[in-house]
Write a protein that binds this ligand. Structure first.
Ligand SMILES: Cc1cc2nc3c(=O)[nH]c(=O)nc-3n(C[C@H](O)[C@H](O)[C@H](O)COP(=O)(O)OP(=O)(O)OC[C@H]3O[C@@H](n4cnc5c(N)ncnc54)[C@H](O)[C@@H]3O)c2cc1C
Length: 120
């Protein structure tokens, strides 16, 4: 969604996507998403094999939801003022995504599980 937006919006005679800052932000976000997805896929595979993934899944839950909050905030920033308008889908994502670090066990509780399983 953000990639499409930055390619279409023009400012100072260029598309937003032509600014190096936009490119770097999107490159960082795309990298984080790929790495997160690879970790998640690995956990799904381990789970289907019946392995105990409680510690790793707690790591994934806090890390990926934290990352999602950061990514949606960066995406909204790249939308500028329109990002805050209900007409743009990113505004709803910005509002809805933070709850993922609360439900199904808060991120603080995930870290407590990790610490306990590390013997702390
Ligand atoms: C949209 C949504 C859907 C939900 N769906 C379900 C559902 O289907 N089934 C269900 O059972 N529940 C559901 N919940 C409840 C959800 O699991 C709880 O909101 C969540 O566990 C946090 O509990 P709490 O809201 O009472 O927060 P609190 O326990 O009051 O926590 C407030 C803050 O204190 C922190 N905190 C609390 N205890 C500790 C601790 N020991 N150490 C460090 N920090 C701590 C928390 O991390 C949080 O940041 C849902 C919640 C939401 C928002």
């Amino acid at each position: 969604m953000t990639v499409e937006y930055v390619k279409s919006r023009q400012a100072f005679g260029k598309t937003i996507s032509q600014f190096q800052n936009s490119q770097f932000k999107i490159a960082e976000m795309a990298t984080d998403i790929e790495m997160g997805r690879a970790f998640l896929d690995q956990l799904i595979m381990e789970h289907t094999k019946g392995r105990d993934i409680v510690t790793k899944v707690s790591m994934a839950k806090w890390k990926l939801t934290d990352q999602a909050k950061r990514i949606v905030a960066e995406s909204l920033q790249l939308h500028g003022g329109y990002g805050y308008m209900e007409e743009y889908e990113i505004a709803r994502r910005y509002r809805d995504i933070p709850v993922a670090s609360i439900y199904a066990g808060t991120n603080e509780i995930m870290k407590s599980i990790i610490a306990k399983n590390l013997g702390l």
